[in-house]
Write a protein that binds this ligand. Structure first.
Ligand SMILES: Cc1ncc(COP(=O)(O)O)c(C=O)c1O
Length: 359
């Protein structure tokens, strides 16, 4: 849900940066990177102009390109696999878990080929993917593991923050995310110094130094003013995530036993989600969605069409219905109920009542 918080402190930080810093690569950029790396408990963070560019540059910094396959989920925002194509590679897909929304490690294992160079699990809706199994799989095959953490700032797995679980991880700060930068933005995080150096160069025209180039790069930097806003947002992220968790619990209580409604996987000791979205499943999703819309509830569908069935993917790779049945089924059943940092208990109760009523 798109309810970004832009408060007085953020406005002041933005104003200060515009009046006192270099507009591009100013001090706030480097401070934001340091603070974000510390937050994820990794050595390096490299800010980027968007989450999509972060994924593309992360893959290229790992040396992935022409002829290389990258395995990911077809049930994600399409930027995940678009980034593979932008990097010059070929996306391949495996279906999601039967009882969840994330890439299934055993189905992924079956889809690896001699050309697969990386696996990109997505922590969809803020729910961590099964990283232990992906780590084993990647190590076993000697390939890279890249987290698409674009929806999962602050989520934890085995007591560790997402972003610190793969070889590289990518975040987005698009306005609907758990934290934003007051516009588009992204971040790459890693403990690998070589990958970090390559990413810094790729985002900055391929520079080695001011007038020498070490690779063909991009203009994909995060503006200083956005970094300044991001620093303030980052300090509030844990509190906002706590609110989202509280509201997710309230939805669970209110919707417990509601007929025809399946609730998202519950929090476990191992997986601590951050509820970027609170997604229920219903056999009568479209009827429920229209009922909510009629009552001015902002529900949404993430995502009505799995990536492989989007037109450019059908045309380019020849996919058709039936290729990934669980993802295809989910696309017809999922419904995201409103959840954000400023939602009230009353709103959650009202939405829950409407969901029950619509049956
Ligand atoms: C799972 C996922 N991957 C990648 C992206 C791309 O991020 P951006 O929109 O910042 O390019 C997004 C969000 O928009 C996303 O939700």
């Amino acid at each position: 849900m798109m309810r970004p918080v832009i408060d007085e402190e953020m406005l002041q930080a933005a104003l200060y940066s515009l009046q006192n810093e270099k507009l591009v690569m100013g001090e706030s950029v480097f401070k934001f990177e340091e603070e974000f790396a510390r937050y994820c408990n990794v050595k390096y963070a490299i800010s980027i102009g968007s989450g999509t560019a972060a994924l593309q540059i992360a893959l290229q910094s790992l040396g992935i390109g022409q002829e290389d396959e990258v395995l990911t989920t077809p049930f994600s925002f399409f930027a995940t696999s678009n980034a593979v194509i932008h990097a010059g590679g070929r996306p391949s897909f495996a279906d999601v878990e039967d009882n969840g929304f994330n890439l299934d490690p055993s189905k992924a294992a079956e889809r690896l080929t001699a050309k697969t160079r990386a696996i990109v699990p997505v922590h969809l809706y803020g729910q961590p993917a099964n990283m232990d199994e992906f780590r084993d799989l990647a190590d076993d095959k000697g390939i890279s593991l890249v987290e698409d953490a674009c929806q999962a700032h602050g989520a934890e797995y085995n007591g560790r923050k997402v972003g610190s679980l793969g070889d590289v991880a990518c975040f987005s700060f698009y306005s609907s995310k758990n934290m934003t930068v007051g516009g588009d933005g992204g971040m790459i995080v890693t403990n690998d110094a070589e990958v970090a150096d390559a990413a810094r160069s790729f985002r900055d025209c391929g520079r080695a130094s001011k007038y020498t180039m070490s690779r063909i790069g991009y203009t994909a930097r995060l503006n200083t003013v956005n970094a300044a806003i991001g620093r303030v947002q980052l300090r509030k992220l844990d509190r906002w995530n706590q609110t989202r968790r509280g509201m997710a619990n309230l939805y669970r209580q209110e919707l417990e036993g509601a007929s025809g409604v399946e609730l998202p996987p519950a929090e476990t000791l191992k997986e601590r989600p951050v509820y970027h979205l609170f997604v229920i499943r219903s056999q009568h999703r479209d009827k429920l969605a229209s009922y909510l819309e009629k009552h001015n509830v902002e529900a949404a569908i993430h995502y009505p069409v799995p990536i492989h069935l989007q037109e450019p993917y059908r045309a380019r790779y020849g996919y058709s219905e039936g290729a990934f049945p669980v993802s295809e089924r989910l696309a017809g059943q999922v419904l995201s109920l409103p959840i954000h940092a400023t939602i009230t208990e009353e709103e959650v109760r009202t939405v829950s009542r409407l969901v029950r009523e619509s049956d």
